[in-house]
Design a protein around this ligand. Structure first.
Ligand code: CTP
Length: 420
């Protein structure tokens, strides 16, 4: 994700949850976001300015009336104007009370009075403090004024008590920030208003309640592509098989289990402007899905088999989502991109697949186990498309992180989209 044009002002107030700030700062920095930190006196009891300065790569501000000549006495105004988003994290009960009442007795509370920037707050406190009518009243006041509250979650707190008061997990706070910027991009990005489908991951085809047929797809390439499109402002629908990845922030994600469920979901959610089918959809499923677990000694398909433990499977074909999406029709996306997972004769097989499926572009990758593509973080692809004479052209890309392949692919799509 590259959000280098965006800035977050992080206000850290006094709660033990401040010790989790490094796990929030690092991914936000990794996403390219510019960050400046303001530390309250209470916050400084739990995390040092040096830690914040190191992780944010920016000076940390604490004083409303700085003593050093280098710092401006108008910081509360410059910081109030600087950010695209102000994140109060953790937001202590005391800090929420001060800003709900419009106090301006330190740098953080004063700049919040002086800003028109959207504010996101992640409260963290003892459950009784959170449930106290005074805190709830302050939360209502702040919500009515447009502050977005990321409510605390249930858990055991540092004080040993359990209840609602625990700050949401760092990843959830990071996701809320990323979702905010992705939503902003949807109004201004180069793919604003463009509806994209990405299929990803494997499918599971059940044999019985405990067993299924599947493949080694991790979904990483598809998820990276979905995120790269969202970063450019597209309205992305990610339709995924079962994977170990969390749904990406701000992306409408639908999880399916079987090829038939994925096919049904894809078709009912049409139309799309662009479709990218990265899913390793199982081509086949067992003809019969047993309602009870198949027992070791049960003969399942070959009635004439004389050996008790003889098992074989009858498989039937699953619908081909990519081929169906590529069919000429009023619902056909303007650009359909498929993937070819091959283990031999990569280019000839991919060329045949491009013709057979009827898609516009095909991304061929060698998924032999020795290449560590399935489940790995890197990929090497060949992009197949048609030149103006309708001939197939093949472009070789170097080995790159899957996230970088996704970013470059999206840039390529933007170029082709702008030409149309
Ligand atoms: N695909 C699909 N639906 C299927 C099978 C595949 O949408 N039932 C899509 C994949 O998402 C991918 C492309 O078709 O974009 C090619 O998938 P791949 O597994 O490489 O090829 P197959 O069509 O399964 O053909 P083969 O197994 O012979 O390589």
């Amino acid at each position: 994700m590259n959000l280098s044009s965006y800035s977050v002002l992080l206000i850290v107030s006094g709660s033990i949850a401040a010790c989790k700030i490094p796990d929030i700062l690092r991914p936000l920095k990794a996403a390219g976001i510019n960050i400046r930190c303001v530390l309250t006196q209470g916050g400084a009891k739990f995390i040092t300015p040096t830690t914040l300065q190191t992780l944010s790569d920016s000076p940390v501000s604490m004083e409303l009336f700085p003593t050093a000549d280098t710092e401006s006495p108008l910081q509360h105004i410059t910081l109030a104007r600087w950010a695209d988003l102000i994140l109060i994290c953790p937001a202590s009960a005391n800090f929420l009370a001060r800003i709900a009442n419009g106090l301006a007795d330190d740098l953080a509370s004063t700049l919040l009075l002086a800003t028109t920037t959207p504010v996101l707050a992640a409260p963290a406190m003892n459950p009784h403090m959170w449930e106290h009518p005074a805190t709830q009243h302050n939360i209502t006041t702040l919500t009515e004024r447009g502050v977005t509250i990321l409510p605390p979650v249930y858990g055991t707190l540092a004080c040993g008590e359990s209840g609602f008061g625990r700050m949401p997990e760092p990843q959830n706070i990071v996701d809320a920030v990323l979702a905010f910027f992705r939503a902003k991009r949807q109004k201004t990005g180069p793919l604003a208003d463009v509806k994209i489908l990405v299929t990803a991951g494997p499918t599971h085809e059940s044999l019985d309640p405990v067993r299924y047929l599947t493949n080694r797809s991790s979904g990483k390439q598809g998820y990276a592509i979905a995120e790269a499109f969202a970063d450019q402002g597209a309205l992305v629908t990610l339709i995924s098989g079962p994977v170990a990845l969390p749904p990406p922030a701000g992306i409408h994600t639908v999880i399916c289990e079987t090829a038939r469920q994925m096919h049904h979901t894809v078709m009912t959610m049409r139309p799309y402007d662009i479709a990218v089918c990265t899913a390793a959809v199982a081509d086949w499923r067992p003809e019969i899905e047993k309602t009870q677990k198949i027992k070791k000694n049960e003969k399942i398909e070959i009635p004439t088999c004389s050996v008790n433990s003889c098992h074989s499977l009858t498989l039937v074909a699953n619908p081909d989502i990519l081929a169906e999406l590529s069919q000429p029709s009023s619902l056909r996306p303007k650009l359909v991109i498929g993937f070819a997972a091959e283990t031999e004769n990569l280019i000839p097989h991919a060329q045949a697949k491009l013709r057979r499926k009827g898609c516009d572009w095909l991304i061929a990758n060698d998924v032999s186990l020795s290449h560590h593509v399935m489940g790995g973080d890197h990929n090497k692809i060949f992009l197949l498309s048609h030149n103006q004479a309708g001939e197939c052209q093949v472009e070789e890309w170097q080995t790159l992180p899957k996230t970088e392949i996704a970013r470059r692919l999206v840039q390529r799509v933007i170029m082709s989209h702008q030409k149309k």
